[in-house]
Design a protein around this ligand. Structure first.
Ligand code: ATP
Ligand code: MG
Length: 381
């Protein structure tokens, strides 16, 4: 879908990009990563002809971009950038339809598209459409930026650190949404980041650059298992076994038949279930199946009252989403000192749980011991 052939960009003495050759198949996410100044943004900007290469050729869908008019090209490429770049004096809705407006879509079609895209990126249309960019949080603004890039349904998305300006938790949420959206839309995406975990999570292929030169272009697994040189090895980090967990989704490995009780369960029943339970914890759910807490059976069996054995929790904090990665699940478990963590859907309904042994199994036999890896081997509830 996108092919770079010996593309070079020179600024005076600086070789911003040095004979870069790259083939990006349709429907794949290619993550460009590397230290600051290695030429990521320059590469992206050459793809949509915001700047011209000094030498070399770039093909999009078999057409040499040099032969296309820039406007023509940019319509086929959605562009989302780090600073979001929303027009401050336009509403969210007006921002989103920037390109459709240029294409002279009619009003109904644009209104329908705004509603569709806001829903897609997880913002309630009625609430957000009329807001101005200054009324948005950083994460909301980034979602609007992504919606705008998608507006005219371009086959190719160029994203330059689209989730760069938000806190780590929001960033993980945006990444999860990106994975969900991409699963349906199957765009060809060139995604710039300098966050290794983000690259591992989102990429079909990673292109690691240094000083304008491509160091390795491979799947995350390949790059983690067989780094091409010492720079790649060091850049990907020492905890490569743990990083691989970023490729595994919680929903792929979670246990779904978890023991649950609800608030109508009587104390005596609880105690008898606790005494014969093989599991130490019984999850407490409310009437709608939402996670409300859990009972520690060891405590109940010892004669402790249900009150003392129960821990109430807010599912937003003490559980992970089913589309989270095992790496996130593990870091939550280490943060709270849990041996297992509940998995919930977007409304907090309990779907299952993931336990440390499952994560160990995912790491592969003979690999780094998970609990020891963080020096928190004793963190058992
Ligand atoms: N317009 C310009 N004039 C001169 N030099 C430039 C220009 N744009 C970029 N460069 C240089 O080209 C190199 C690559 O810059 P680029 O913006 O592509 O890096 P990057 O990988 O996106 O970095 P970052 O992670 O910091 O965004 C840098 O050395 C930069 O200083
Ligand atoms: Mg950049």
């Amino acid at each position: 879908m996108i092919r770079l052939e010996n593309v070079t960009k020179r600024y005076g003495e600086t070789l911003a990009v040095d004979s870069l050759t790259l083939d990006i198949p349709a429907g794949e996410v290619c993550v460009l990563i590397g230290p600051s100044g290695c030429g990521k943004t320059t590469t992206l900007r050459m793809m949509n002809r915001l700047i011209e290469p000094t030498s070399g050729h770039i093909f999009v869908d078999e057409a040499d971009v040099e032969t296309l008019r820039p406007e023509q090209l940019r319509r086929g490429l959605g562009y989302a950038i780090q600073s979001v770049g929303l027009f401050p004096h336009l509403t969210v809705g007006e921002n989103i339809v920037t390109v459709p407006k240029l294409l002279k879509w009619d009003k109904e079609r644009m209104a329908a598209r705004v509603e569709e895209l806001l829903t897609l990126v997880g913002l309630a249309p009625s609430e957000y459409e009329g807001k101005y960019p200054r009324q948005l949080s950083g994460g909301e603004a980034q979602r609007v930026g992504v919606a705008r890039a998608l507006a005219a349904d371009p086959p190719v998305l160029l994203m330059d650190e689209p989730f760069g300006a938000v806190d780590p938790l929001t960033r993980q949420r945006l990444q999860a949404e990106f994975v969900r959206i991409q699963r349906d839309l199957r765009k060809t995406v060139v995604f710039v980041t300098h966050d290794v975990d983000e690259a591992i999570r989102l990429a079909d292929r990673i292109a690691l650059m240094r000083g304008g030169r491509l160091q390795q272009y491979a799947t995350p697994e390949e790059i983690l298992d067989h780094p091409a040189n010492k720079f790649v090895h060091d850049f990907m980090g020492a905890d490569r076994a743990l990083k691989r967990l970023g490729r595994v989704k919680v929903s792929d490995v979670m246990r779904t038949d978890v023991p649950t009780v609800d608030s109508s369960t009587r104390a005596a029943d609880l105690r008898s279930r606790a005494s014969c339970a093989e599991e130490r914890f019984l999850y407490l759910v409310d009437g709608s199946g939402r996670l409300a807490g859990w009972f520690d059976c060891a405590d109940l069996a010892d004669g402790g009252g249900p009150e003392s054995a129960m821990t109430s929790v807010d599912w937003r904090e003490s559980a992970v989403a089913s589309d989270a990665s095992l790496k996130e699940a593990l870091s939550r478990m280490l943060e709270f000192g849990f041996r297992s963590i509940a998995v919930v859907d977007g409304e907090g309904r309990l779907l299952g749980d993931v336990a440390l042994p499952t994560i160990e199994a995912a790491l592969g036999a003979g690999d780094t011991h998970v609990a020891a890896a963080d020096g928190q081997g004793g963190a058992r509830p």
